[in-house]
Design a protein around this ligand. Structure first.
Ligand code: FE2
Length: 282
């Protein structure tokens, strides 16, 4: 078990037919523990007077400069249901944050070391990346009782290059189950191409067309143990439900694109003066 440094032909075949691949025991208990511990420290240092609420359902209404500015910083986003009618947090601040993003992989030494490790490079090399760049990283909490849903989407909508090249790498930092809001995906849906894009213009961000409706019966749950990683094709339709359980579901997620021969779309929500360093150049 674990990751030997490159993917087998069976694993590559599974990824290409299903649009995702789970690698069990990708990260060690120590690595998972170090990320969780570091995030605990970042949370305790966080100034709660500046913040933003995060929602994938209605991003245009909840988007603000704090969100845009987070592209190359460590920023904190609250769960939509974190606040009561009185505007006060309903639970401790550590249990109120939806996610931290979007440049942990550049700004924090612990997350940087893991994100730029040989393991991630080997995985991306196996997926045929020549000059991979991590465009965003997120620590996702899926808090007990209030962890928001993530509606069906494709990562290429949010992280666009021409031609499309995004792969999501999602590392479970706690066991992720049907009960606490694991990922669900429509196997093979990546073969149908990208259905819409999330673009940033003068008036803010918006989708260029409405979401198609999906049959929930087509989604399969992808339960994962802490330390397991899932690689997600940029066109795979995936989602997760609200976490109404008493258990959180922490994860660390990276979105990687090809920078050799693929052009970063200027209307992406992320606008960078300098692009992040590639993991390697082959
Ligand atoms: Fe996603």
């Amino acid at each position: 078990m674990g990751f030997a440094g490159s993917l087998s032909s069976d694993q590559l075949e599974f990824f290409s037919s299903h649009g995702y691949l789970v690698i069990e025991s990708f990260s060690s208990e120590e690595e998972v523990g170090s990320m969780r511990k570091r995030m605990g420290e970042l949370l305790s240092e966080f100034d709660f007077s500046v913040s933003s609420i995060f929602s994938t359902r209605n991003q245009s209404l909840t988007t603000d400069d704090y969100f845009f500015d987070s592209a190359d910083k460590i920023s904190f986003f609250f769960e939509e249901k974190a606040f009561g009618d009185d505007g006060k947090l309903k639970q401790p601040k550590e249990l109120s944050i939806n996610k931290v993003g979007h440049a942990l992989h550049e700004c924090d030494p612990v997350f940087k070391e893991i994100s730029y490790s040989e393991k991630f490079s080997g995985l991306l090399s196996s997926l045929s990346y020549k000059r991979p760049v991590i465009m965003q990283s997120m620590y996702i909490f899926k808090q007990p009782g209030i962890g928001g849903e993530v509606v069906p989407h494709q990562d290429n909508s949010f992280v666009s290059t021409d031609p499309p090249s995004c792969t999501g790498l999602w590392l479970a930092l706690e066991d992720s189950t049907i009960v606490n809001g694991c990922l669900w995906a429509i196997p093979g849906s990546h073969k149908n191409g990208l259905v819409r894009r999330f673009t940033r213009g003068e008036a803010g961000v918006t989708f260029d067309r409405p979401s198609p409706s999906y049959d929930q019966k087509d989604f399969v749950p992808i339960e994962m143990k802490a330390g397991s990683l899932i690689a997600i094709h940029g066109d795979l339709i995936h989602q997760s439900y609200e976490n109404l359980s008493p258990k959180s579901r922490h994860a660390y997620s990276l979105h990687v694109v090809e920078s050799d021969g693929c052009k970063w779309a200027e209307d992406n929500w992320i606008r960078r003066e300098t692009m992040p360093e590639p993991l390697y150049v082959s």
